[in-house]
Design a protein around this ligand. Structure first.
Ligand SMILES: Nc1ncnc2c1ncn2[C@@H]1O[C@H](COP(=O)(O)OP(=O)(O)OP(=O)(O)O)[C@@H](O)[C@H]1O
Ligand SMILES: [Mg+2]
Length: 264
């Protein structure tokens, strides 16, 4: 039995993006402090950021600037110490643990640098995990997981353990797991950090294609050539947004896809 979702998104007051629709992500003066007193670390110091549906945002900044902390807050893995966060119009602070878990599971996909696949489960077993947590019936789980793997070109690796996959294949399986619920928002924290240049190029093509298909995407990266795939580049320094550069319109295809279309 699949539990009910937290209900329809209530429009956030004054939260109208470029299209007039509710932004997928809306942070207002968000602070995140780890620890207390003299040892307190202010990882985020008043971040305000709004991301509309269909945007492709690269987050860049020096090591320790707060990028992963920001992704954890946006992904509801962590709550802000102060400030407001609305995800698709839901005030995250107003949700209980169960509702938060549902939002996380259904609406957000995560891809981490170290793919985080469970080593004892096959590729398809890993992709099924979010569906297992959601209580989906076994035949549905298997079908949805296989379809997602096929969409990423790794259906033939479905019954292998992660240890028998290449880095690029592991990453595709991790992306399949993030996508199996067709999330509204895909978050990736240095997803190409462990990949060679060819696997990185393939990964970037997959991200372009997903964003072209309407998935809102936020990616943390240190690499300019990865950020060049985004429609917008946000720079973080010392827990603050110091630069926010729009490179392509939200409603346009991502720049690399556009260039490809123009060339063909
Ligand atoms: N759980 C934690 N407890 C205490 N301090 C933390 C914790 N997580 C992060 N920090 C601190 O918060 C600051 C921001 O860390 P964060 O991981 O967000 O940086 P980052 O920009 O992702 O860096 P990197 O590029 O190295 O991944 C750092 O000073 C870090 O040491
Ligand atoms: Mg980090």
């Amino acid at each position: 039995m699949v539990a009910a979702s937290p209900g329809p998104a209530a429009p956030a007051s004054g939260a109208s993006g470029a299209t007039g629709a509710v932004p997928v992500v809306e942070l207002r003066d968000v602070w995140k402090t780890y620890g207390e007193g003299e040892t307190a670390v202010h990882a985020l110091r008043g971040v305000s950021l709004s991301v509309d549906r269909g945007d492709y945002v690269a987050v860049m900044g020096a090591s320790g600037s707060g990028k992963s902390t920001l992704m954890h807050v946006v992904g509801c893995l962590d709550v802000p110490t102060a400030g407001d966060y609305r995800l698709e119009g839901h005030d995250v602070a107003g949700l209980n643990e169960g509702q938060l878990a549902l939002l996380r599971n259904r609406r957000i996909g995560f891809v981490f640098q170290s793919f985080n696949l469970l080593p004892r489960l096959t590729a398809v077993g890993n992709v099924e995990l979010p569906l297992v947590y959601a209580g989906a019936p076994r035949p549905d789980r298997r079908r949805m997981a296989m379809e997602t793997l096929a969409g990423l070109g790794v259906a033939d690796r479905a019954h292998h353990l992660p240890s028998a996959l290449s880095g690029g294949q592991e990453q595709r399986v991790a992306i399949a797991r993030a996508l199996v619920f067709a999330p509204a928002l895909l978050l990736a924290d240095e997803p190409t950090g462990n990949l060679d240049s060819q696997a990185t190029a393939e990964m970037l093509r997959i991200f372009d294609r997903l964003n072209g298909g309407g998935v809102t995407f936020i990616v943390v990266t240190h690499e300019d050539h990865v950020a060049a795939h985004a429609k917008r580049v946000v720079r973080i320094a010392d827990g603050r947004v110091v630069d926010d550069d729009r490179v392509a319109a939200v409603e346009d295809p991502p720049p690399a896809l556009l260039a490809e279309e123009a060339a063909s």
